[in-house]
Design a protein around this ligand. Structure first.
Ligand SMILES: C[S@@+](CC[C@H](N)C(=O)[O-])C[C@H]1O[C@@H](n2cnc3c(N)ncnc32)[C@H](O)[C@@H]1O
Length: 434
């Protein structure tokens, strides 16, 4: 069996794998997407390649870091994203046709609208159907206090009255970036949890919500639009990947690309950590009307990579990969303790999804094209799932040569696993299409 070439890159990658490096960076800083990587990661790849890529594919676009950063190098990136919130976010970040005048004109309209608010705004701009989204007498817990929700609905109402899609979409980003902060919950790994003492925290007034939102527009977005216009004056029209960003399941949609047209893949799929982005980003999905009922939510979940147990995936075949078979066998011994009966199906399904992805990428990629695949290992019941090796074997089976597995970071496993598994490896698998 092939042994893989592991390379210690902790020093190089520890600093650049995390999104928080992007925090104050041009465009990347518009929304703190913690599951993303930094723009420096993309830059480092372009710098080390021994050819100039023309067409990159990003099958799990997330907040669009890959495609946005590649724009600066004038490299086309076909980016796929299933979650309509991340898609909206990424696309707004990819546009290069904002103008300072257009931006300021629409802010002014917003300000005027927010100055003349409707008292019971929820009667004209109803909150989402999600039952605990807004404070109500019959509820014990709710995500937004009534006045906070009114402040948000005022902004939504004002945005709906902007008859310019470019700016109304863009303005949704600072609104989205505010939602969690002004809510009673926080993202706690797999789910949303209530903040400590949330009932005693002073309720925000509607005007406070408006001020926070307008401040974000002025202090975070406007300076970048000014910069964008300066770049345009200097270099002419700016390159944009806006028209090559696609909403939907990449397992299907990659088929639509032309065969032999891709010479680079840079991506980071959802990790096999039973985290469902549909859940953790549900506030943004509901509040921006990207999901309007529970059926849409269920349908969206079904299209996501099988990295979570929120969908009963049914009987799933097991790929013939030694490290995977051995992990499944060990996990089976713990079946009676499983916190969810779909756990094994999730693990099997995840690697079947990876298999499907590499099968498709094989046809789309040109010979000698490179793949940079950022992923981490997982553990359940003290059994380590060596995603780095399993994905590498899957890719090898589809004609990719594994050049090296770069050790990028050591991730802390959950407290229950810590005694048996001190850390989980996060890696960047570098591959070459044969
Ligand atoms: C780890 S994040 C990618 C982060 C990205 N590299 C960045 O810097 O923002 C993985 C993304 O894959 C998306 N995803 C999950 N299943 C998908 C599918 N079937 N097709 C396309 N995207 C999917 C998730 O919604 C999530 O945004």
């Amino acid at each position: 069996m092939t042994e893989f070439n592991y390379v210690d890159c902790f020093d190089k990658y520890d600093r650049i794998m995390q999104f928080n490096k992007n925090k104050r960076k041009y465009i990347h800083g518009w929304y703190p997407f913690v599951e993303g990587y930094s723009k420096e990661f993309i830059q480092s790849i372009i710098e080390e390649l021994d050819y100039t890529p023309e067409h990159c594919v990003e099958p799990f676009s997330g907040s669009g870091t890959t495609a946005v950063e590649l724009q600066k190098f004038k490299i086309k990136c076909s980016a796929f994203e299933v979650n309509p919130f991340m898609y909206t976010l990424a696309r707004s970040k990819m546009r290069t046709d904002y103008t300072v005048n257009g931006f300021k004109k629409h802010i002014k309209l917003l300000e005027e609208s927010l100055f003349n608010t409707i008292p019971n705004i929820e009667t004209v701009c109803p909150p989402p159907l999600y039952k605990s989204m807004m404070e109500k007498k019959e509820l014990k817990k709710w995500i937004f206090d009534l006045e906070t929700m009114r402040g948000i609905l005022d902004i939504k109402y004002a945005l709906n009255n902007i008859n310019n899609k470019k700016y109304s979409q863009l303005f949704k980003i600072p609104l989205a970036s505010l939602l969690l902060e002004i809510s009673n919950v926080y993202r706690n790994g797999k789910c949303l949890s209530y903040k400590k003492g949330w009932k005693d925290i002073d309720e925000l007034k509607r005007e406070d919500v408006h001020t926070l939102f307008l401040e974000r527009l002025q202090n975070i977005i406007l300076p970048d639009i000014i910069k964008m216009n300066q770049y345009k004056r200097k270099s002419g029209k700016l390159f944009s990947n806006y028209n090559s960003c696609y909403l939907g399941d990449s397992r299907e949609n990659i088929s639509k690309l032309e065969n032999n047209s891709v010479d680079l893949v840079i991506t980071s799929p959802p990790y096999l950590n039973s985290r469902d982005y549909t859940d953790t980003y549900m506030i943004e999905l509901w509040m921006l009307d990207l999901i309007t009922n529970y059926e849409e939510l269920r349908e969206l979940r079904k299209k996501t990579i099988r990295s979570h147990v929120q969908v009963p995936w049914g009987e799933i075949p097991l790929l013939d990969i030694p490290e995977l078979k051995s992990a499944i066998k060990k996990l089976e011994d713990h079946r009676d303790k499983f916190w969810n009966k779909h756990l094994l199906e999730m693990v099997k399904g995840y690697f079947l999804d990876m298999d499907l992805l590499f099968e498709k990428l094989h046809y789309k990629m040109k010979k000698n094209g490179r793949v940079y695949f950022n992923v981490a290992n997982s553990a359940y019941y003290g059994v380590e799932i060596e995603t780095d090796k399993i994905v590498s074997r899957v890719a090898s089976n589809h004609g990719f040569e594994i050049q090296e597995i770069r050790k990028a970071r050591k991730i802390n496993p959950s407290s229950q696993q810590k005694d048996l598994i001190p850390y989980l490896l996060e890696v960047v698998i570098v591959m070459k299409k044969n």
